[in-house]
Design a binder for this molecule. Structure first.
Ligand SMILES: Nc1ncnc2c1ncn2[C@@H]1O[C@H](COP(=O)(O)OP(=O)(O)OP(=O)(O)O)[C@@H](O)[C@H]1O
Ligand SMILES: [Mg+2]
Length: 226
């Protein structure tokens, strides 16, 4: 097994002076290729902050992040943006859909930005698994929260990224849909040899991962096998 992602002495402090928040404290973490991780911890413990730094979206205050041996924050912004687009799929806590584009465009745009041809057979399967086929020509503001969430998941899976980072991807879904989404993620990970890191509050969801990373008050407490 090899390491796809490595965090070395990651610190993150938001703001300055009395109001500053020490959100991550000396995080050291190796993410193994092809493994499904869940990150759990209380609200405000630093889960989203960690996920954003792991994915190169947010700079740490200090420390280094390596993606497949590339030091992410030593790259130029443009190089980092390309690396992210080619290797990482994100499902954000706030979805980040493009409101002025249809559901189908939201799913295809990241692939087209990369000058690639979408694998429509794969994308069709993702769309059907997520039950969003009848919404493809709608705009995000015409969808429910759970539907928006499913579009965000479809967009992240469409390019078969090596690394999938998802922040509460089942947070707005009922139990049945949530289970379906988890099964889809697991199947996709297996078929395309993807590494998944998923933030969740839900112990049942965390149970479905291979390994569980627990953080508390900005500290990495443990990494346990399920
Ligand atoms: N942009 C920001 N500016 C200032 N403080 C921030 C910012 N983002 C997060 N924080 C603070 O950093 C800490 C960790 O926040 P983070 O969003 O990582 O928590 P979380 O574990 O994802 O919580 P939740 O489960 O509620 O999503 C919190 O105290 C939060 O208030
Ligand atoms: Mg969060």
């Amino acid at each position: 097994m090899s390491t796809i992602l490595k965090a070395v002495n990651i610190e993150k402090t938001y703001g300055k002076g009395e109001l500053s928040v020490h959100a991550l404290k000396n995080i050291n973490l190796s993410i193994e290729d092809g493994i499904f991780y869940a990150i759990i911890g209380k609200s405000g413990s630093g889960k989203s902050t960690l996920l954003h730094i792991l994915g190169g979206l947010d700079k740490p205050s200090s420390g280094k992040m390596y993606l497949e041996d590339k030091s992410m924050f030593d790259l130029r912004d443009r190089e980092l943006a390309i690396l992210r687009r080619q290797r990482i799929g994100f499902v954000f806590q706030s979805f980040n859909l493009l409101e002025e584009h249809t559901v189908m465009e939201n799913i295809l745009i990241p692939i087209e930005l990369d000058g690639k041809h979408p694998d429509m057979k794969h994308i069709d399967k993702v769309i059907d698994s997520l039950g969003i086929r009848e919404k493809l020509s709608y705009y995000p503001d015409e969808l429910s929260g759970g539907q928006r969430q499913r579009v965000a998941i479809a967009r992240a899976l469409a390019s078969k990224p090596a690394l999938l980072l998802a922040d509460e991807p089942t947070g707005n879904l009922d139990d049945k849909t949530s289970n379906e989404v988890m099964n889809l993620l697991k199947e996709s990970a297996k078929e395309f040899h993807q590494t998944i890191i998923l933030v969740t509050h839900d112990p049942q969801i965390a149970d479905m991962a291979d390994k569980v990373i627990t953080i508390s008050d900005g500290n990495l407490v443990s990494i346990q096998d399920n």
